[in-house]
Design a protein around this ligand. Structure first.
Ligand SMILES: Nc1ncnc2c1ncn2[C@@H]1O[C@H](COP(=O)(O)OP(=O)(O)OP(=O)(O)O)[C@@H](O)[C@H]1O
Ligand SMILES: [Mg+2]
Length: 231
């Protein structure tokens, strides 16, 4: 199993009147090569779950085994290393660095990995090619459309060849045609062997996943194929 979380809780302000159980005992396993959509209402805990799966945040309680390694009690530094190696992230707001060009944004995670300048150039251009953005390598985010910025963000996510891609509402800020293009890129990465975890509000997008996990009030309330989950 690539991802295994057991009885995960994320509790804010525990024991106080303002306590929020963003995740309230979540157990979930994801195999290598799956394409999983996570759906649920606003505030149901989707981003909290992704942040924990992506080692961007740690649970209040519970265990997490990622790719055979127990990552539950790691330091921030160790988690940063695990993220850089295992996971490519795509966010609704792209999260590109405004002062850097498309090329430099995609290059950044490769610099963190200590990859040589020469190899970096190959990897950056290959990743930009993959999303059809090679001709815009010198553009800064402000000089690109939303869809183009998201494609550069995808190039950044895949440049390190991570086994897992996590996307939190990657099409949320895009028109439906551009969103469809981004979804096609995710499906082609999946066909290339990547494990995809995709958070979406959009049932049409979720319906293209092979497995759908529905979350409500911090609980998983359905998990299965489109037919099994019921839409
Ligand atoms: N830092 C925090 N402090 C307190 N409560 C928080 C914090 N972060 C998130 N929450 C709460 O945890 C719950 C889950 O939030 P989360 O962001 O995971 O929802 P979501 O399903 O991603 O929603 P959306 O679809 O709107 O993005 C919400 O009730 C939210 O208010
Ligand atoms: Mg969210």
């Amino acid at each position: 199993m690539l991802i295994e979380i057991k009885n995960i809780y994320k509790i804010y302000n525990e024991g106080k009147e303002s306590e929020v159980r963003a995740l309230d005992g979540v157990t979930l396993s994801i195999d290598r090569g799956e394409f999983v959509a996570i759906i649920g209402a606003s505030g149901s805990g989707k981003s909290t779950l992704m942040n924990i799966l992506g080692c961007l945040d740690v649970p209040t309680y519970g265990d997490y085994i990622l790719n055979g390694t127990d990552v539950t009690d790691r330091t921030d530094r160790q988690l940063a290393h695990i993220r850089n190696k295992e996971i490519g992230f795509i966010f609704q707001g792209y999260n590109l660095i405004p002062a850097l060009t498309a090329y430099e944004n995609v290059e950044l995670p490769l610099i963190y990995q200590g990859i040589s300048v020469f190899q970096r150039k190959e990897r950056v251009m290959a990743a930009l090619e993959r999303v059809g953005m090679a001709d815009r390598f010198g553009h800064r985010p402000s000089e690109m459309s939303g869809g183009q910025q998201q494609r550069v963000a995808i190039a950044r996510a895949i440049a390190t060849h991570p086994p897992i891609i996590m996307a939190d509402e990657p099409t949320g800020a895009l028109d439906s045609k551009t969103g469809k293009h981004v979804l096609e890129i995710l499906h082609s990465l999946h066909e290339g062997g990547s494990t995809i975890i995709l958070i979406t509000h959009d049932n049409g997008i979720a319906a293209t996943a092979h497995r759908i996990v529905r979350i409500s009030d911090g609980h998983i309330v359905a998990d299965g194929t489109r037919e099994e989950v019921g839409f």
